[in-house]
Design a protein around this ligand. Sequence first.
Ligand SMILES: [Zn+2]
Length: 80
Amino acid sequence: MSLSPDELKELARFVLRTRPDEIGCDDWLGYAPSYAELVAALQPIQEPLQQAAEHLDTCPECAEEFRALLAALKDDGAGS
Ligand SMILES: [Zn+2]
C-alpha cells in the first residue's frame, strides 16, 4: 500500500495531535476500578492512573461510565 502526499500529511497531523502517553478507552477500562477506588477514598492519584484521569477529560463516554462506577462504589460503602 502506498500513500499519496495528502494522505501522508493527514497521517502526520494525526500522529502529532495524539500524545504518545494518551490511553484509549480499552486501556481506561483497565484502570477504571483502581482509579474509582482512589477517587472514592479521596486518595492522591498517581501514575499510571493520572492517564486515566486525563482520559476522562477528553472522553465524555468514559466520563459517564466513571460517574456510574463512582456512584456504585459510594453506595456500596454507605450501607448501614
Ligand atoms: Zn474513553
